[in-house]
Ligand binder design. Structure first.
Ligand code: MG
Length: 387
């Protein structure tokens, strides 16, 4: 299928992207007005602000699923983020969406994750129950709007509306006229889902948390495994497993591209605002693959994310976070130079929550060891790989 071309001209975005893409030149702007860049589109400018931020640098030392205290053995929040961005960018080109916007949203989408991954997020949400709660997507927006301190005239990164709106995944903070996120934000959601499922499955198998035999009812695995066995019956087990994972990713990408192309062709939105006003998303998987993906996600939740070894370690990590939350309430002078102003403006619980959520796993371990415990407790926080 041939997707529509934009209007060729001096604007490289308009000459490549389809009319339903978002364009830097039509941005709904920045909260603090700034003059437009002569040298690069505004979404590229945002991408650079994001990767130069402290929160982005910290992703390297934040856990994805398995708490990482031992170097590069386990996937981190940074490697996950980069995979989402790379995948999103290539599919954006296939759909003729704005790949710079996809890149910027993907690179920022997990900036608000606290240390210790989802268990850390749940812990902070419980601790903040009476003070507005905590969710990583809201915190990602807070990081780019408030918490980064780089520019002299404003707090935050002062990103464009389109990148900020793309971070509002589980809460409404977009323009009320928009029923849907932008097509670029929809693509980041789908890429995030694809990358998470594929890499979690790889980690679970690679590190011995599940055996291949346990996947007998997971259609995505069994169907591709059977296909691979037909052509490569004598491949060694480890290589075959990696190849099956690779083929699963390819199949998911192919479905996402095919279905999204079909949706875009039939809905035929004339511009980005029309795509946002529809009553359904246009970028996503087919019903059949969505169901298989959900089946895999349910399996991973039960057998990997809630695996007894991981749960035990996560409980310990959450105890560290709870203890630090209480400790810093008693010692607010230790939460940084800017804390006094923030405490006055937003209260002590939010100031402590921001401070803790900005920590890497390692910083949280060190703070705990320094203020509250010894490293003997922390030694229990790394699951041992089955050999
Ligand atoms: Mg993510």
């Amino acid at each position: 299928m041939a997707l529509k071309s934009g209007n060729p001209g001096d604007d490289p975005e308009r000459s490549f992207c389809a009319p339903y893409a978002e364009f830097s030149s039509s941005t709904r702007g920045r909260f603090h007005p700034e003059s437009l860049s002569n040298s690069q589109p505004e979404f590229q400018r945002d991408r650079e602000r994001i990767i130069h931020s402290s929160a982005f640098q910290a992703l390297e030392h934040k856990s994805q699923i398995i708490l990482n205290r031992s170097g590069d053995e386990y996937r981190t929040r940074l490697s996950h983020t980069l995979e989402v961005a790379v995948l999103g960018r290539s599919i954006a080109r296939s759909l003729r969406l704005n790949d710079d916007l996809v890149d910027a949203i993907a690179l920022a989408h997990d900036l608000g994750f606290p240390p210790f991954g989802q268990p850390g997020e749940h812990t902070l949400n419980q601790l903040m129950n009476d003070h507005g709660g905590f969710h990583h997507s809201r915190q990602s927006l807070r990081v780019v709007d408030e918490l980064e301190m780089i520019y002299p005239e404003f707090n935050g990164l002062n990103l464009t509306y389109e990148v900020r709106a793309g971070l509002c995944r589980n809460f409404v903070s977009r323009d009320e006229a928009d029923s849907q996120p932008s097509l670029e934000a929809q693509l980041v959601d789908a890429s995030d889902e694809l990358v998470s499922a594929r890499l979690d499955l790889g980690d679970a198998l690679e590190h011995g948390f599940i055996e291949e035999e346990a996947l007998a009812d997971v259609a995505l695995w069994t169907e591709i495994k059977a296909e691979v066995a037909k052509h490569y019956s004598r491949m060694d087990k480890s290589r075959r497993r990696l190849y099956i994972l690779d083929r699963i990713q390819e199949a998911l990408i192919a479905d996402l591209c095919r279905q999204s192309h079909e949706n875009l062709e039939s809905a035929d939105p004339a511009h980005a605002a029309e795509a946002r006003s529809l009553n359904r998303r246009l970028v996503g998987f087919s019903i059949e693959v969505r169901s298989k993906l959900q089946n895999l996600r349910d399996f991973l939740a039960q057998h990997f994310h809630h695996h007894s070894t991981i749960s035990r370690v996560n409980q310990r990590a959450c105890m560290v976070l709870q203890a630090l939350f209480t400790f810093y309430h008693k010692h607010p002078n230790l939460i940084g130079d800017k804390a006094a102003l923030k405490i006055k403006k937003e209260g002590l619980p939010r100031a402590v929550c921001d401070y803790l959520s900005g920590m890497t796993d390692t910083m949280a371990y060190r703070a705990y060891a320094k203020h509250l415990g010894t490293d003997s407790l922390l030694a229990e926080l790394t699951p041992r790989k089955k050999i």
